[in-house]
Design a protein around this ligand. Structure first.
Ligand code: PLP
Length: 407
């Protein structure tokens, strides 16, 4: 496939070189979590070997070195997503925590009874439930933008749903079930003409497309390290300074304060106001290494290769005849959700697993979307730049086996 050095790249991922059930492991569950290159693994062990220490509060050497590395990563993230300032970068546990932070703090500050938050029917539960909970508390309402059968957002419906009650739009850039790349730039521009801020869930887009805050002009953007080759338990909330300054803290405790007295507390400046407690320092070291790794490969090279993989897999599965692909949008990332005839996805998943192939089956934390399609679940194969066409051929073989057993 082209000139992309996939075999060389695979050498960086030790976990891929093992057998499961006596067959070479094929890892197609990248939308759930990606594997980590040795560069990331070494960054984490290096942190514990030489730098381990609590940050920000110490005057001693180790604390200063770890603090510098932590704050340097904030700048690395800022440049990676082209944010205006590093104080707009808040380290969180991941996308879920980032969205909860905004739902809680934005809700308290800006949402009143009767207000509406617009999300889409293709959202992950983590971009649904925090809004539902917040709206329950505030007497507001969550409204769902519908989609077309091919998995593209119904933009006409979206435009009609925006009204004077709309206080926020929260939308995923890429669907974790359909692979659809939503026209978020258009959505943001439209919402902004009415002065409505937009939160983008970038969990599934950043590993494939990168992100550019200046270009998108979104007000909040959330992502998880573990879906972009970094460790679990680290993620980012980007927020425009003008919003973050006005929002109340999400959690309170150490780090997020300026002064604490028995009768009052004042809060720290951005971004520390939103980083209460000891942070995930090893995660930040790993995130730094993962970003360098992606930049070194080149996001354009990644995108081109993953597009080739997606096309190869789509052509192969389509040629099988009785495969129904859920999500056939024109603009997709490298992910295919499908059904094999009338075979239940769980049955299919068990057989595919026994052939050494890790796919995901279920509702993929997007139950409203699965209900919308009136299907029980899907099988999802999600590809990363370390996957190969030979691995896709193995998936085709596994599907043939599933059909032999259940067809
Ligand atoms: N949003 C989308 C689109 C996702 O796919 C996921 C995870 O699958 C999340 C949010 C939640 O991410 P995390 O569990 O890392 O917080």
């Amino acid at each position: 496939m082209g000139t992309f050095p996939v075999n060389k790249i695979r050498e960086d991922f030790p976990i891929l070189h093992q057998k499961v059930y006596n067959r070479p492991l094929v890892y197609f569950d990248n939308a759930a979590s990606t594997q980590k290159p040795v560069q990331v693994i070494r960054a984490i062990s290096g942190y514990y070997e030489t730098d381990n220490c609590n940050i920000h509060r110490g005057v001693h050497f180790l604390s200063q070195r770890a603090t510098e590395a932590y704050e340097e990563t904030r700048k690395v993230v800022q440049r990676f997503i082209n944010a205006a300032s590093s104080s707009e970068i808040i380290f969180t546990k991941g996308t879920t925590e980032s969205i909860n932070l905004v739902a809680s703090s934005f809700g308290k500050q800006y949402i009143s009874p009767g207000d509406e938050v617009l999300i889409s029917i293709m959202e992950h539960h983590s971009n649904i439930v925090p809004w539902q909970q917040m709206c329950l508390d505030r007497g507001a309402k969550v409204k769902f933008i519908p989609i077309h059968e091919n998995g593209e957002l119904d933009m006409e419906a979206f435009r009609k749903m925006v009204n004077e009650k709309t206080k926020l739009v929260a939308i995923t850039h890429v669907s974790n079930v359909l692979g659809t790349i939503n026209p978020v730039k258009e959505i943001i521009a439209y919402a902004h003409t009415y002065g409505i801020p937009v939160l983008v869930d970038g969990a599934q887009s950043i590993p494939h497309l990168g992100a550019d805050m200046h270009d998108l002009d979104c007000d909040f953007y959330c992502f998880s390290g573990h879906k972009m080759y970094a460790p679990m338990g680290i993620g980012v909330l980007y927020g425009k300074e003008k919003f973050l300054e006005t929002l109340p803290p999400y959690q309170s405790g150490g780090e997020m304060i300026k002064e604490v007295h028995t009768d009052r507390t004042t809060f720290n400046e951005l971004p520390f106001k939103f980083e209460a407690g000891t942070p995930n320092v090893e995660g930040v070291y790993g995130l730094h290494a993962a970003i360098l790794y992606l930049q070194n490969l080149g996001l354009d090279n990644i995108r081109n290769y993953e597009n080739e993989i997606l096309k190869y897999a789509t052509d192969k599965l389509t040629a099988m005849g009785d495969i129904r692909i859920i999500g056939t949008a024109k603009e997709k990332t490298s992910l295919i959700s499908f059904l094999i005839g009338t075979i239940h996805p769980y049955d299919a998943g068990v057989i595919i697993d026994k052939m050494g192939i890790a796919v995901r089956t279920g509702h993929h934390c997007a139950m409203p979307l699965i209900e919308w399609y009136k299907i029980p679940a899907t099988v999802r194969a999600s590809f990363a730049f370390y996957n190969t066409v030979e691995e896709i051929d193995s998936l085709v073989e596994a599907i043939i086996r599933v059909k032999q057993m259940f067809g």
